[in-house]
Ligand binder design. Structure first.
Ligand SMILES: [Mg+2]
Length: 255
């Protein structure tokens, strides 16, 4: 995995190069309380090097709402941010975010409000189950719930998603019900096309990252972080191993 990334640094034909990275579980070790997630400190310098290197672009991709990703991930100026599993996008500028605005139709806005109320009913009375509101989705979180409560809440949330959602994502301890059809894969493909990237590197740890892996080609570099089935070609054991490889990639880039 590390030698593949170093090889890309020396390969002049692999430009423009887009390096796209999931945040939680990929650059930041998973936390029970998602508000405590922080990027590994060793990732800061290589990300800055990548964003400043000629012919190289950097994107951080997350299921988190965009404002949340921006606040936690501290992407350097020039970084593209893809939030809400692809439903929101922005670029980090010197004075804030240059943001693509999401516009919901009246029907979608009504459906989002109903989804929020129904999801709150699912969480009510279940310790450790909570609901997050995003601009285009509601998310039922079960990470802190007992096993039976978590499974029950997730199956009810999946049923609610079938009834009212346009897209449903079942990740680690989360069910996200969106009123838009979006995926990390579609968002990544759109960004690649805009940048004309010849090679894309994508690393992620969760089932939702499989959409992104599947959207790439055999000439791209796909890296699954952690255990579990995947369509990615390469694997990093954990965020530390991935960040070590990013350090090696950054160090190998021509200056
Ligand atoms: Mg993740």
């Amino acid at each position: 995995m590390r030698s593949t990334l170093e090889g890309l640094a020396h390969d002049g034909t692999a430009r423009p190069l887009l390096v796209a990275l999931d945040f939680d579980g990929t650059l930041a070790p998973l936390q029970d309380d998602p508000s405590l997630s922080r990027m590994l400190p060793d990732a800061v310098a290589p990300l800055r090097t990548l964003v400043e290197a000629p012919g190289v672009s950097l994107a951080l991709v997350s299921g988190r709402a965009l404002h949340d990703l921006h606040a936690l991930a501290e992407g350097p100026v020039g970084t593209y941010l893809i939030g809400s599993h692809g439903a929101e996008r922005a670029r980090v500028m010197r004075h804030g975010l240059d943001r693509d605005v999401v516009q919901l139709t009246d029907e979608q806005a009504d459906r989002l409000a109903t989804l929020g109320a129904r999801a709150a009913e699912i969480a009510r009375g279940r310790d450790g189950v909570w609901v997050e509101s995003k601009p285009t989705a509601v998310v039922v979180h079960t990470r802190l719930a007992e096993h039976d409560d978590a499974r029950d809440a997730e199956s009810k949330a999946l049923a609610l998603g079938d009834e009212l959602g346009s897209g449903v994502l079942h990740g680690k301890d989360v069910v996200e019900i969106s009123v838009l059809r979006a995926s990390k894969g579609e968002a990544l493909r759109a960004l690649r096309d805009e940048l004309g990237a010849r090679v894309v590197v994508y690393a992620g740890d969760d089932v939702t990252d499989e959409h992104a892996f599947a959207a790439l080609t055999e000439h791209d570099v796909t890296i699954k972080v952690g255990a579990g089935d995947t369509v990615a070609r390469l694997r990093a054991a954990d965020p530390h191993e991935l960040v070590d490889a990013l350090v090696a990639l950054a160090a190998a880039l021509p200056t």
